[in-house]
Design a binder for this molecule. Structure first.
Ligand SMILES: [Zn+2]
Length: 508
């Protein structure tokens, strides 16, 4: 791990940390939001970003400054902090975005890094090649080689206390993203922007974004901080934070305001469509949508930008608190209801259980089963893995009802976990709160747990007494076990165990 970045708590792959930026003398609490500030047109004064919204870090574009005769010299003389009137950390982009948009730029990595250092940037960026999504492997490979050469060059440039980022490219090829991340981790550079995801964000391709971020994290391990470059919509912050992204940047607060778009954690609304504001920020509690519509363009955009930023910063505070409380996945499960493509993103996220589990704390607050996606959470997978390691008797009942003396041991049968030895019942996550009307996925996950136990304990005779499980879940149970429904098993206790042997009443 980079020594200027310390992790303070984990939840799934999400993490809270502190990012020390030495040149600014500032420590940023992560996950954090960097408002994007245009050096020419400041939608909101940077001093207010700091005092009103609590911004500890912002990002501006050194390439624009470099190419602008009117502001270049003043900024060179005063330094960025004084010019912008911002005492937090300032990150500068290099012009790679302009390279992606216009095909060429007129600076080299040496020039722009030296320039960033000269104007007082706290975190500089080399000129990487932002390869767009869906290009051929060969093109992505070739452009990644160039990016990697520039990162190696950046390592050799003396930039004093200024940190330097190592952008990670590779288009939509996960293997290249992993390779790029491994290479970046092995440089001496300081933070890791995941580049060229904006086209994916614009098309709501959250499942693809999840796969790319997972590939990047695979290469980075716990190194950080990781910056999801261009991600500025609060509806996806929770999902991205759960993947282990530490930094987001928002140009959206200002760009959306210009088009009368109102950000919410459940998606974007048009000001024209709103009769009331569903928000308690200062703008929304002191104005109505009709009042805003009647204002001149500048005032209206200023107020919308303030709301957009307030809702974005509030979501970051909520995310940090959820991570500390071990409740991030519950927050993600509610946020993904804002758009079907976010549901796809979360399902793709849950498929990456191998690394989700690695950093997920073993003990947290109560597990809340909130939706079918809860059945695939890492806690469930981890319990299934634990089953393989537990000792079992020759003769084991798994029951949704009371224990039975006809068996050597009786364990509980609890969706979505499956078999639960009674001594573990008070241990996280088996203290889960579940709705009474469970979905099919919860039972199917429990059936997978039973299967895991049976497959890993071939010498144990397993009997299942279920409380009316759906047929889809029952069909997943292994053939060689005895299965009966509670209440339909009233026979003589002395009968040998078979499909319709004795079961206790379910008096739960
Ligand atoms: Zn508001």
């Amino acid at each position: 791990m980079r020594d200027h970045f310390e992790l303070t708590s984990h939840d799934g792959a999400g993490r809270c940390g502190t990012f020390s930026v030495p040149r600014a003398g500032v420590t940023v609490e992560t996950p954090a939001l960097l408002p994007v500030v245009n050096p020419h047109v400041q939608t909101l004064p940077p001093a207010e970003l700091e005092s009103t919204f609590g911004a500890q870090i912002l990002i501006t574009n050194s390439y624009i400054i470099h190419g602008s005769d009117d502001i270049r010299e003043p900024i060179r003389e005063q330094g960025l902090h004084e010019f912008l009137d911002f005492s937090g950390a300032i990150m500068t982009d290099s012009g790679s975005f302009q390279l992606a948009e216009y095909g060429e730029i007129s600076v080299t990595t040496e020039e722009i890094l030296s320039f960033q250092h000269e104007i007082g940037s706290d975190i500089g960026t080399p000129v990487d090649i932002p390869t767009p999504p869906d290009v051929s492997y060969e093109q992505a490979r070739e452009e990644l080689d160039t990016t990697q050469e520039r990162l190696e060059l950046a390592e050799t440039i003396d930039t004093g206390e200024m940190l330097v980022s190592a952008p990670i490219q590779g288009s939509t090829h996960p293997s290249l993203r992993t390779e790029a991340a491994t290479h970046a981790r092995n440089t001496t550079l300081d933070m890791f922007p995941i580049g060229a995801v904006v086209p994916l964000l614009n098309e709501y391709r959250y499942a693809d974004i999840v796969d790319l971020v997972a590939a990047v994290k695979d290469g980075l391990g716990q190194s950080g901080p990781v910056h999801l470059f261009g991600a500025g919509h609060p509806m996806m912050f929770a999902l991205a934070a759960a993947l282990g992204c530490d930094l987001f940047d928002s140009a959206a607060y200002a760009l959306y305001a210009r088009d009368d778009r109102y950000l919410t954690v459940r998606g974007t609304r048009q000001l024209d469509d709103l009769t009331e504001f569903p928000c308690s920020c200062e703008v929304c509690t002191t104005h109505s949508p009709a009042e805003l519509r009647a204002m001149d363009d500048t005032t209206r955009q200023d107020l919308l930008a303030r709301h957009n930023l307030a809702v974005s910063f509030a979501e970051l505070r909520r995310i940090r608190q959820a991570i500390r409380a071990g409740r991030l996945l519950e927050l993600v499960e509610t946020r993904i209801r804002g758009h079907p493509t976010l549901v796809d993103g979360f399902r793709s996220f849950l498929d990456h259980d191998e690394w989700l589990e690695a950093t997920d704390p073993v003990a947290k607050d109560t597990f809340f089963y909130l939706s079918a996606e809860s059945a695939s959470r890492p806690e469930v997978t981890r319990h299934h893995e634990r089953l393989a390691r537990l000792e079992t008797p020759d003769d084991l009942l798994l029951t949704a009802g009371n224990p039975s003396e006809s068996f050597t041991e009786s364990w509980r049968l609890v969706p979505p976990f499956g078999p639960v030895p009674r001594p573990l019942s008070d241990v996280y996550p088996l203290t889960a709160e579940l709705p009474d009307r469970l979905d099919r996925e919860a039972y199917e996950a429990a059936a997978r747990g039973v299967t895991r136990l049976v497959e890993t304990h071939p010498d144990t005779a397993v009997t299942v007494y279920h409380d009316d499980w759906p047929a889809e879940a029952l069909s997943l149970l292994p053939d060689r076990i005895t299965v009966a429904r509670l209440g339909e098993t009233e026979t003589d206790e002395s009968e040998p165990t078979h499909s319709y042997s004795t079961a206790p009443d379910n008096d739960q």
